[in-house]
Design a protein around this ligand. Structure first.
Ligand SMILES: [Zn+2]
Ligand SMILES: [Zn+2]
Length: 395
């Protein structure tokens, strides 16, 4: 970290502005691909700071480019912008003004951190060797806005060398940072199937092919994929999340429908589990004399951190918050579409402790009472700036 900046102090000097941005975004949440107001504020602010701005990527996405005085690597940082269809229950002055909409995942904080980082880095422009790309992404919440941005060429010119993204995390106390190498968020698929048998009288099962019994067998055998096919050293989830079949106590229906999700980290395990789910569903149905029609939709790849970049983020974090506040091992089987950027560019996705003050068990993400400790805002700016400095501000 050979640079003479004190990013902690510089970011703390922006704290009032960061809080103002965050609260403004919080009061005016917008759903994925509808972030017109948020994107407008972001684009305007980036222009004022002297960034080259491109808007309208994946509908509402914004790209800000800051070219330094000297050539060097291209660093990308991603900030998501969308809110959720949730009615806020917090009684705070900055509560959502939009009924039925809420920033309940902290993407309001991400936008504020992005603008704070933009401000801080613009001040170093003459010292920067390389290019900074700030990507403000629409539709993270199950909408794969990242995939659309990648398809629309956001990584094409310039092509980033390193990708960074951070998520505020209400589960961890503010002032802590969690950085791991390897997988941190899972690959996700959605599967759905229809099991077709032959309906008939509930008292005359021999005249039917019972899809309810077939579905029950399928559910049982699906449990053996994780327990018997996946190595105990690996991680996977196969969940049946919905099942529908039949209307009457004395009727064997003709069809049962089921759906669920698959979560994995390792791409080889992902491929194997998908193949086994297909075999189990189709062949177990066949063994029962029924027929299964299965559709598996691959939603997002896993988020896998590059070991070297994770190490650089880790030491930047230690510089800022002290080694006793930096942790590893925060991994979830949730998914995150930053994976689409990270399939193309090596990077690091890490977690910023944001537990609200005075709460022992803070409301989880996507809860109507979700909130953050706003001290995370300047910490987020500082850790990203400190990491960027390693690449862009080397003397
Ligand atoms: Zn979320
Ligand atoms: Zn989120």
């Amino acid at each position: 970290m050979a640079n003479r900046h004190d990013f902690k102090t510089e970011a703390e000097a922006l704290q009032a502005q960061l809080v103002a941005w965050r609260r403004d975004f919080h009061m005016h949440p917008e759903l994925g691909f509808e972030e017109h107001r948020s994107a407008g504020i972001v684009a305007e602010q980036l222009r004022v700071l002297g960034y080259q701005v491109q808007t309208g990527i994946a509908s509402t996405g914004v790209l800000g480019l800051l070219k330094g005085a000297r050539p060097g690597p291209v660093l990308a940082a991603r900030f998501d912008m969308d809110a959720l269809p949730i009615t806020e229950e917090n009684e705070v002055e900055y509560a959502s003004r939009e009924p039925g909409l809420m920033h309940a995942c902290g993407h309001d904080a991400h936008m504020a951190i992005g603008l704070g980082l933009a401000t801080l880095m613009a001040q170093q422009r003459d010292e920067i060797a390389g290019t900074l790309m700030l990507i403000f992404q629409p539709g993270e919440e199950g909408m794969n806005g990242a995939e659309v941005m990648v398809k629309e060429g956001v990584l094409a010119d310039p092509r980033p060398d390193v990708f960074l993204a951070a998520h505020v995390w209400s589960d961890s106390p503010v002032g802590t940072i969690n950085v791991s190498s390897g997988p941190v968020m899972a690959a996700a698929e959605r599967w759905a199937c229809t099991v077709t048998g032959k309906g008939g009288h509930g008292a005359l099962p021999h005249q039917t092919i019972d899809p309810i019994v077939a579905a029950a067998q399928i559910i049982g055998v699906l449990q053996t994929i994780v327990s018997r096919n996946v190595s105990p050293q690996e991680t996977a989830v196969v969940t049946v999340g919905a099942i529908q079949g039949g209307d009457a106590f004395n009727v064997i229906p003709a069809q049962v429908t089921m759906s669920g999700t698959i979560r994995t980290y390792n791409p080889n395990v992902r491929e194997m589990v998908i193949r086994r789910v297909r075999e189990v569903v189709e062949k177990t149905a066949a063994a029962c004399g029924a027929q299964a029609n299965l559709n598996i939709e691959q939603l997002t790849p896993a988020v896998i951190n590059d070991a070297e970049i994770a190490q650089i983020v880790h030491s930047a974090a230690e510089t800022l918050v002290g080694a006793d506040h930096v942790f590893s091992g925060e991994r979830t089987m949730g998914s995150e579409d930053a994976a689409y950027f990270m399939e193309q560019v090596p990077g690091c996705y890490f977690f910023l402790g944001a537990g609200p003050p005075g709460q022992e068990a803070p409301a989880p993400h996507h809860n109507p009472r979700f909130d953050i400790d706003e001290a995370v805002l300047s910490i987020g700016v500082a850790i990203l700036a400190q990491t960027l400095a390693y690449y862009l501000l080397r003397q």
